[in-house]
Design a protein around this ligand. Structure first.
Ligand code: IMP
Length: 307
């Protein structure tokens, strides 16, 4: 018998061509959806039904998985702890896998949410740090997609040249490695570590170099890689410093551009995302050295960074 076709689920009324806000059958589904939303993981509730048994042409049993996660091409069926239900579901899942071998489906207990969400940095947060986060602004998936586009553009622009990537530590660590992974032109790397001078507790607009470049840059094609451009003071200082060392060319690539806060104009050649005037952490960016390891970028609640 050839592989049967799943059919659109009819359990929920559609409105405007899309599923209306679903009425979740079980509170665990609502909780799961809320966690997925927080992490900006796209989901669809019960989009398809898979016929499992037939009498003649008539379908007598179907299975409708709770969720579909397009980014992972994964169907998810949540389950309660009730053993009787789990046994029935397991039987259906076994049949579904036999009939539809290409369909990727997982049965998740409540405790399994976390292991699935580990991929999205769920456990990197303690209750206190989670409490400080307002929302996830950019998921890792969105970041990766944009980086691939940017890397393709940079590779085209530097065709036939070797590019020296200069990263400004520490916030740029994730972005720089992910970006260079996708560059198809020859690349060498160097890093600078700078600190901002403060006056009476606030940023004075000048910076100090704590770690200089390891290699000379005269005659090199430099691409300065930044995590975020805010007022523009840091970047303006670094550009002046690098320009004085006579590179063959100098361009700037930044992951984030907080344009609304700009105080000095700086040329940005490649911008992954323009973001609103909010304090963001994750994907290398920190607040007091925390949150750098989150694979996504999130907005901190103002009370978490105001003294
Ligand atoms: P600028 O000199 O004001 O443009 O500041 C740029 C630097 O400030 C970045 O390299 C970061 O270290 C830091 N910064 C600015 N905004 C944020 C933010 O929202 N989160 C984390 N660090 C930030």
């Amino acid at each position: 018998m050839s592989t049967p076709e799943p059919v659109p689920s009819t359990r929920y009324p559609k409105r405007g061509g899309r599923h209306s806000h679903p009425r979740f059958v079980h509170p665990s589904e609502e909780e799961f959806a809320r966690i997925l939303d927080f992490y900006r993981i796209k989901w669809v509730y019960e989009p398809k039904s898979f016929p499992l048994r037939w009498e003649g042409d008539r379908v007598t049993e179907m299975f409708t998985p709770d969720f579909y996660l397009p980014a992972l091409d994964l169907y998810v069926e949540l389950t309660t702890m009730k053993q009787s239900l789990v046994t029935r579901k397991n039987r259906k899942l076994r049949e579904l896998r036999e009939l539809y071998p290409d369909v990727n489906i997982r049965l998740l207990y409540r405790k399994d949410y976390q292991s699935l969400l580990d991929k999205y940095g769920y456990r990197a947060l303690t209750p206190t740090t989670l409490e400080s986060i307002d929302h996830v602004l950019l998921s890792n998936e969105e970041i990766q997609r944009k980086i691939e586009d940017l890397a393709a553009q940079i590779s085209r622009d530097y065709e036939g040249k070797t590019v020296r990537l200069v990263g400004i530590l520490k916030g740029v660590a994730f972005f720089m490695t992910d970006l260079m992974r996708h560059l198809t032109v020859p690349v060498s790397t160097d890093y600078m570590f700078i600190t901002k001078y403060t006056r009476n507790g606030s940023y004075s607009g000048s910076v100090r170099i704590l770690k200089d470049l390891d290699q000379p840059i005269e005659g090199e094609h430099l691409l300065l890689v930044e995590d975020i451009v805010d007022t523009g003071f840091t970047l303006r200082y670094i550009l002046g410093y690098l320009q004085a060392r006579k590179p063959a060319s100098l361009r700037v690539c930044t992951l984030l551009d907080k344009r609304a806060r700009r105080l000095v104009e700086v040329p940005l050649d490649y911008v992954a995302f323009e973001i609103p005037d909010e304090f963001v952490v994750g994907y290398g960016l920190d607040h007091r050295e925390l949150y750098r390891n989150l694979p996504y970028i999130c907005v901190l609640k103002p009370e978490a960074y105001r003294e």
